[in-house]
Design a protein. Structure first.
Length: 164
């Protein structure tokens, strides 16, 4: 699911964002741009954004969200800690109370998990240390395909409408 395939049904990606306290918007924006490039995606492909509740007052993160008109879901650490991720970090757990911010937040924003959709994380954990010395981390998950109400449970929309 890369490039134009992402755009066929509108925005299909979610971002999980983490950063050091005081990380400037420019550093977070650069990390997002780099992660999207890794996924072969664009800003227009982003449907939802999430982070940890500790970042609900983070100026750089809030400024980036305002600029792109993104609503951000902020999750408590205990909710993020319940999400299975490929790259848990004890360092992150010591500072935040959860072993994952960006990966867990991206999966929560997508409403999926790795048990039911092992390929849900398109970018697991893209880290950037900005010129300002601050760190930003971005993970990207894909939204599950929409379920068509007239197809058996779990079957996605057909790519072509049925012929009459």
């Amino acid at each position: 699911m890369r490039g134009d395939a992402l755009r066929e049904g509108g925005p299909r990606l979610t971002l999980g964002l983490g950063c050091d306290r005081g990380t400037p918007e420019a550093t977070i924006a650069r990390a997002v741009d780099e992660a999207l490039a890794q996924a072969g995606a664009r800003l227009e492909d982003v449907a939802a954004v999430a982070s940890i509740a500790l970042k609900a007052d983070e100026p750089g993160l809030l400024a980036l969200a305002r600029r792109h008109r993104w609503r951000i879901a902020f999750h408590p650490p205990e909710v993020l800690a319940d999400v299975a991720v490929p790259n848990p970090s004890e360092t992150v757990r010591r500072y935040t109370g959860t072993p994952s911010v960006s990966e867990a937040a991206a999966l929560l924003a997508a409403g999926t998990d790795l048990a039911t959709d092992p390929g849900a994380l398109l970018v697991e954990k893209h880290k950037l240390r900005g010129a300002d010395g601050r760190n930003a981390t971005v993970s990207i998950a894909r939204l599950p395909p929409p379920i068509h109400p007239h197809l058996p449970l779990g079957q996605a929309f057909p790519s072509e409408p049925p012929s009459c």
